[in-house]
Design a protein around this ligand. Structure first.
Ligand SMILES: Nc1nc(=O)c2c([nH]1)NC[C@@H]1CN(c3ccc(C(=O)N[C@@H](CCC(=O)O)C(=O)O)cc3)C=[N+]21
Length: 284
């Protein structure tokens, strides 16, 4: 029997309805949630994603500003712009789209965002807070993956979770969230020996490597939850994940599709973090 599909679009729709309702309440108190999205350069994928983020804001009634800068923008100019947004009371969340051009030090930029407005959860202060179990903002993609697990009431406590990919923005925070939920967590990376040995042991398998279809069905445990964070564009223009969906779907118990799985949930949790930033601002 093929796996049950974990529909990120349907789940997003449900959560975004709640976000819109809470957004209306805080707006009525005089604080309309506001997100600023900055993108530097012309990376076509980035342009699509940032437009999706702005559109998502409009759909839930949030204020948003999209700032597009040429590739040549200097680091100092970007830092100055962030300082302005940090001080802007109409903006509760600031997102600087990654990757940034090579002449800009991404770490410096991420650390310049006020941690209270760091709705990506990428600031070291937020990464550290997550590690000690007091997250201000959970990074949107891992947060969305946790919501997916919650949606099927999956018993995370005691489960074996394996994450393939150890990035600061997905793999590592995902490990922290699963660990806090009581899973036994293994993080694999590009040097891991006998990767399949690990992945086949996983009740929960999260894949975030950026390598198209690298996890095939024979690397998946029977009945596992497979969460595919990858979004790769193939030469024919189609999108695919880091999991080979067509073979994994016959082995997994649940699986996220690409597109329509984790991607929409990432944007939904960005809206959630922006909402919560505004709710906190309204209390001050
Ligand atoms: N500071 C920062 N924060 C990010 O959150 C961030 C970033 N930089 N840089 C790039 C990645 C990528 N990312 C995606 C979010 C949603 C979809 C998404 O909604 N994807 C749709 C398909 C979209 C399409 O058709 O291309 C889906 O999976 O169904 C994709 C990619 C956020 N990122």
């Amino acid at each position: 029997m093929p796996a049950q599909l974990l529909d990120g679009v349907a789940l997003s729709k449900k959560i975004r309805t709640e976000i819109a309702a809470r957004g209306a309440i805080v707006t009525a108190k005089g604080v309309r949630p506001g997100l600023a999205v900055i993108v530097v350069g012309e990376n076509p994928a980035s342009q699509v994603y940032v437009r999706n983020k702005v559109k998502a804001c409009e759909d839930v009634g949030f204020h948003s500003v999209l700032e597009r800068y040429p590739l040549e923008l200097g680091e100092e100019a970007l830092l100055a712009r962030i300082a302005m947004l940090n001080a802007d009371p109409t903006i509760h969340g600031i997102l600087v789209q990654l990757p940034l051009p090579e002449h800009i030090a991404a770490e410096r930029v991420l650390e310049a965002i006020s941690p209270e407005k760091d709705v990506d959860g990428f600031h070291v202060a937020n990464a550290g807070a997550l590690m000690v179990g007091q997250p201000e903002f959970k990074p949107c993609t891992p947060y969305g993956c946790m919501k997916i697990l919650e949606s099927i009431d999956y018993p995370i406590r005691g489960a074996r979770a394996v994450i393939v990919g150890a990035s600061n923005i997905v793999g590592k925070p995902m490990a922290m969230l699963l660990l806090q939920a009581g899973a036994t967590v293994t993080i694999c990376n590009s040097k891991t020996r006998d990767l399949a040995h690990h992945t086949k042991d996983a009740d929960i398998l999260v894949v975030a490597t950026g390598k198209p279809k690298m996890i095939s069905g024979d690397m998946v445990k029977n009945g596992a939850v497979v969460i595919d964070v990858g979004i790769n564009r193939l030469p024919d223009g189609k999108l695919c994940g880091d999991v080979d969906f067509d073979t994994a779907k016959y082995i997994a118990g649940w699986i996220t599709p690409v597109p329509g799985g984790v991607g929409p949930m990432t944007i939904t949790m960005l809206l959630m973090n922006t909402l919560e930033a505004a709710e906190k601002a309204a209390k001050h």
